[in-house]
Ligand binder design. Sequence first.
Ligand code: SAM
Ligand code: SF4
Length: 428
Amino acid sequence: MNVHDSEKVIGTLMAQGYSQVETPETAGLVLYNTCSIRDKAEQKVFSRLQNFKREAGKGKIFGVLGCVAQQEGEKIFDRAPHVSLVAGSASYTRLGEMLVQLESGNRRVTGLSLDTDETFDTPFTRRDNPHRAYITIIEGCDKSCAYCVVPFTRGPERSRTSESVMSEARRLAEQGFTEIQLLGQNVNSYRDPSPARWDFAMLLRRVADVPGIRRVRYTTSHPRDFVRAIVDAMDENEVLCDHVHLPVQSGSSKVLASMDRLYTRDEYMRRIEWIRNARRRYSITTDIIVGFPGETPEDFQATLDLLDEVQYDSLFSFKYSPRPNTAALAMGDKIAEEEKQQRLLILQEKQRAIQIRRNADLIGSVQEVLVEGRHQALGQWIGRTSSNRTLNFTHSETGGGALIGKYLPVRVTRSGPNSLVGESVTVV
Ligand code: SAM
Ligand code: SF4
């Protein structure tokens, strides 16, 4: 989402006559788009800002955007006095206006209001990838997971109209993009604000029907709002990729309750069964937090057991990081840092073994890949399967970028924990 926010900010500024340069040294305006989901990401921003402090004397304007901006607000001016603009994502529609204020002599401007029903819906987006494009369908979040800063930094949930999403999808297809990724903190709770009243499953079906679009992905799903109609829509149209990212966070119903995730382990497993019993084979991935306050060794064991039960194709794992304003800050039974680290390593080791087995099962199969690049040193092309695996492969075409953006059938010949290797075949 942050990458796409940056694309929209750049597109908006370029439409107003700004141009993009390669390095902060050559820029007149330097904007940092920031993440505050964990403390480490937040600390990075301040050390980067420090690196360029000297440049401020040369008349450069520095701004901080995103979740750290929203969370820290005017305190950023104290910590980094060379910053003159601080704006959270709910204020990006006012960005042009804020820059005009700076150019007309204001020393400091802020955009920190969360009180909005607007989405940052811009016709001007500078896309980083020539084949895959992101479309935001819903912004903000109305859940209140006890560990999470997002509701405080991105504001209330607001969906874009289906008409606006569809016209962006059609425009992207006309421009030659073939893969679309629908974005939101909780795409499942998408509700079309226009009289059409589409839900997420309907939106998926319609975007998948746009001529020229070969793949549609979406992220991210909250299990509570993941309904069977989404699996039915995916089963009906292979343009909807063979992948569901369904963040579970913990395998213990007790921890899930104290996280305020609004589902139990059994309710989560019911969703996994819908996906496993579907017509196609889907890759399932997740997010897990270890060391949430009060997580006992038994709770952690329940998470390890869940990995055995679900057999995820991949996962993102995090040590719990206390965040400002969140309910978990006040909870007792904090877990020591070394214990969190230990649990993280055990979890990752277990998942690595699962991935080795699951990827090895694909040896001999033929997968369609979208060619994303070339690994010159290895003499391989880099492809991505519908299930979101990296599949590096050899092909009689040996270079020059000729294959990038094409869809090709590739036979898997080898596998590792994180990727596959294969050779292209002419007939599926
Ligand atoms: N909206 C998504 C959902 O409900 O699953 C999550 C969005 S969040 C940007 C991505 C992941 O970061 C979460 O799924 C969670 O695993 C992790 N995360 C969020 N807050 C965290 C915290 N305070 N400490 C550690 N991990 C955290
Ligand atoms: Fe954070 Fe929970 Fe909202 Fe996801 S659903 S963004 S984890 S509050």
